[in-house]
Write a protein that binds this ligand. Sequence first.
Ligand SMILES: [Cu+2]
Length: 153
Amino acid sequence: MSAVSSHAYGIGIITVIVGLSAGLVFYQYFYIPESLAKPQVSEEILEPEEIKVIDIIPGSADPNQQDNFVPKLVNIQLGIDNHVKWTNSDQTPHTVTPDHKYEDEYSGMFGSEGVVMPGETYEFVFTEPAEIPYHCDPHPWMTGTLEITKQRF
Ligand SMILES: [Cu+2]
């Protein structure tokens, strides 16, 4: 091997090492924090002026009773009333369970953890447009739908 080519070889190696280090620094200090960070959500969506209340009315556990989640179909506007609260006014524990798994990019998995006891509540802040059909696990005839849209004006 001549002196010239071994010199070029050395420079090549150094270039590769410098390149890898730069990539590693980018990955560690820019890529990872960015991917772990919560998405930017505006203050008006995180703290909307209204809380939308859905009542689980007395008698909801009765399959012959027509109404249970009241109101059943709810239109929600981001930045207005995207903070939703279910109150259990019945004598029986109920759940708020999405028909299909639903994860909000900011608030995480939607759905009550276990049951909502009589007199208790379940709350969730939605931050993205979505249409979410949901039900009560022990009483599958109890159903409702949330339609979350961007502010209309
Ligand atoms: Cu129920």
